[in-house]
Structures are given as structure tokens and as C-alpha cells.
Ligand binder design. Structure first.
Ligand code: SAM
Ligand code: SF4
Length: 353
């Protein structure tokens, strides 16, 4: 795979407290501008690489942020911390009944952040137009195969048709470009990748294939079972003519490839090589869980509890300072490839991917 080596940053600032104003930086000089918000840990699918068949011990309702608490934190993020884009995720964000209200409140913040959503697409067919109306800018829909039987095996639910209908509705609602997120099955994944790319090119969606990461609730991830970005790219190149997209990647996690056909460029495909080609040096993300914990990395072992601060009367300045110091402590990299790597306690579904 031709990749620009990004890796992890190595130059660290001297040990001082987090700056009290300006952009939200860490000690390696990275600036957090992109906020990922998990709205709930609940989900209506049970993807094998994410959740156990029997579900999880869900967060008690009183531990989850209320809408008012959440919107207050989002306002602080946008007006005091320099956050310019917010992605709502989960768990499954479409199981949150007031999602449209949260999006509308977020898009009315000033300066207006870009607002996006990552969803499994169940129920999207009925809600895509309303989400667009609430101000949603773009959407990523997860789909790991276009074979309905394999979809049912991977997600443990027979809902393939709902996801396809949701994708179509998102496109019709103008939530463009609609992106499809895929995590590949270790056995059938290379075939799925080829079929998914054909499906996405035919329908005008942009495929992004994500290397499977050690974030499953059952801690069963095995490096030698997960398909690598190099293997995925080789399989795609066997069937399609690909060339690196010349647009600078910036802080985007996906390495983009143009797909060529007789009529010119047919579309693009992204590969997110989180494990095999880490891009921690350009990371611009900060995360907020449904129970009000700030995480400075998907793989962080520590969290900062904003919910307790909120509920004990902290003012905006105190919440801002706590968020800044959480980000200041961000590690150089996720450490997946280090011999002493320890998977975080929270699974992906409770962090927000
Ligand atoms: N339920 C929504 C969905 O599936 O799109 C949003 C939450 S889900 C945790 C967000 C993204 O994380 C999805 O694209 C999913 O495929 C991905 N994901 C889940 N577990 C993963 C893992 N172990 N490694 C890599 N990606 C994972
Ligand atoms: Fe649910 Fe998304 Fe996890 Fe699948 S990946 S179980 S849809 S949270």
C-alpha cells in the first residue's frame, strides 16, 4: 500500500499545565477540532466485532447526559474550545428519539459546526429527510457486505433491506456524499470488499473500509485474523484500477484511492489503516461518551468526568478547563502495536466510533 507515513508524533512540549485559552492542544502540538459524541450505548444490531450476542450491561438512564447537559457541553466545545465539526455516533444514534432535536440545537450554535452522523442505517429510510431538515450535513452508514445472508451472520439480525433502503433515502434527502463504512469479516471480507465497491460505485456512495481494531466487548480481536489494509488494497486492485487520490489527506483517517474506468474516474474508495499504518500524528479528535466522559483517544485508559462537574454546579470555565487538561494529556499514539498494549475497558459501542 502506498501511504504517507504518519505514525506517532515524537516532539513533546515541556511539562506545563494545559494552556487556558486558544486552540485545544495536547503536549505534542496536535489541535483537537473534531468532536465525536456517543449519544447512547444502546444498539439494535449485534455486530460480531463489536458486541456480544446477548448485548451489554447498558448505561443506567440517570448516568446518561440529558439533552440540556449535552447541548451545554457542545456549546462550550464550539464557543470556547475551537471545535468545528461534530459527529454523532453510538451505540446506535438512530435509537435516540430526540436525535433530530439534538442535531437542530447543534447546528444553531455559533459558529455553526459541521454536523455528521455515523449510523447502522436501521430506520434511516423514515428519518433521512428529517435529519437533513434538522441541519445534518453528511452521513456514514455502516454496511460490511452486500450479501444478505452474510449481513445477517455478521450483525446477528436480518435487517439488510432496511440498511439499503436507508442508504437510498439518505442520498435522496441530499446527505451527500453518502459514505459506507465497512469492517471486513476475516474469512469472506476480501470478496465482500470487491462486491461492496461495485455496489457503492453503482449507487454513488463512497466506500471506506476500516481495519478491525481491538475494541470489541469480548476482547477477542486477533491481529493475525484481522484483514490488513495492504491485503484489502491488493484484493481491490485485482478487480479495479486504482490510483492514489491527489487531494491532500490532512487529518482524515482514510487514505483515498481513485477508481478508474473507461469513462474516467468512477468514484473513490478510502482505506482506514488504523492498526497497520497508524495516523496518530495528525489526529484532531476528542470524544464525549453518552455518560459525559471525555476521552482523548479511542484507546485511552483514562477518562475525565464532565457529568459529575456538570451536576455539582461547575461553571463553563471549569468545564472548559477540565476538557482542556484531558486533551493536554493525550498520549503520542494508540499503542496497539506495542508489546504492553492493553485494550480499553469500554468497547467501541460505549465509546463511539
Ligand atoms: N452503530 C453505528 C454504526 O455501526 O455505524 C455507530 C456506532 S459504531 C461503534 C461506529 C463505527 O465503528 C461503525 O462503522 C463500526 O463498523 C465501527 N466499528 C465497530 N467496532 C469496530 C472494531 N472493533 N474495529 C473497527 N471498527 C469498528
Ligand atoms: Fe451496533 Fe454499530 Fe456496534 Fe454494530 S458496530 S453492534 S451497529 S454499535
Amino acid at each position: 500500500m502506498t501511504v504517507i507515513p504518519l505514525g506517532v508524533p515524537s516532539i513533546r512540549r515541556p511539562a506545563t499545565p494545559a494552556p487556558a485559552d486558544g486552540p485545544m492542544v495536547d503536549t505534542f502540538g496536535r489541535v483537537a477540532r473534531d468532536l465525536r459524541v456517543s449519544l447512547t450505548d444502546l444498539c439494535n444490531l449485534r455486530c460480531t466485532y463489536c458486541m456480544p450476542a446477548g448485548g451489554l450491561d447498558w448505561l443506567p438512564r440517570d448516568q446518561k447526559l440529558s439533552s440540556d447537559e449535552l447541548i451545554r457541553l457542545l456549546r462550550i466545545a464550539v464557543t470556547r474550545l475551537g471545535i468545528t465539526s461534530i459527529r454523532f455516533t453510538g451505540g446506535e444514534p438512530l435509537v435516540v428519539p430526540h436525535l433530530e432535536d439534538v442535531i437542530a440545537a447543534t447546528t444553531s450554535l455559533s459558529p455553526r459546526p459541521e454536523v455528521t452522523l455515523t449510523t447502522n442505517g436501521i430506520g434511516l429510510a423514515q428519518r433521512a429527510a428529517g435529519l437533513k431538515q434538522a441541519g445534518l450535513n453528511r452521513i456514514n452508514v455502516s454496511l460490511d457486505t452486500v450479501d444478505p445472508a452474510r449481513f445477517a451472520a455478521i450483525t446477528r439480525r436480518d435487517r439488510f433491506a432496511d440498511v439499503v433502503a436507508g442508504l437510498r433515502a439518505a442520498k435522496e434527502a441530499g446527505l451527500s456524499p453518502v459514505k459506507v463504512n465497512a469492517v471486513l469479516d476475516p474469512v469472506t471480507g476480501l470478496q465482500d470488499a470487491v462486491e461492496l465497491l461495485s455496489f457503492c460505485l453503482d449507487n454513488g456512495y463512497q466506500l471506506r473500509i476500516i481495519e478491525q481494531m481491538p475494541l470489541d466487548a469480548e476482547h477477542s480481536w486477533q491481529r493475525d485474523r484481522a484483514l490488513s489494509a495492504d491485503a484489502i488494497l491488493a484484493a481491490l486492485k485485482h478487480h479495479f484500477t486504482l490510483s492514489p487520490d491527489p487531494v491532500p489527506r490532512g487529518s482524515a483517517p482514510a487514505q483515498l484511492w481513485q477508481v478508474h474506468g473507461e469513462a474516467g474516474i468512477l468514484g473513490r474508495v478510502g482505506i482506514i489503516a488504523s492498526v497497520s499504518h497508524a495516523f496518530c500524528s495528525t489526529c484532531d479528535r476528542t470524544r464525549l461518551t453518552a455518560d459525559g466522559q471525555v476521552r482523548n483517544c479511542l484507546f485511552a485508559r483514562d477518562e475525565t468526568d464532565l457529568r459529575v462537574l456538570l451536576r455539582t454546579g461547575a461553571d463553563d470555565a471549569a468545564l472548559e478547563a477540565a476538557w482542556r487538561s484531558a486533551m493536554w494529556a493525550k498520549a503520542a499514539g494508540h499503542g496497539i502495536n506495542d508489546p504492553d498494549f492493553v485494550q480499553p475497558d469500554r468497547p467501541m459501542s460505549a465509546i463511539g466510533g
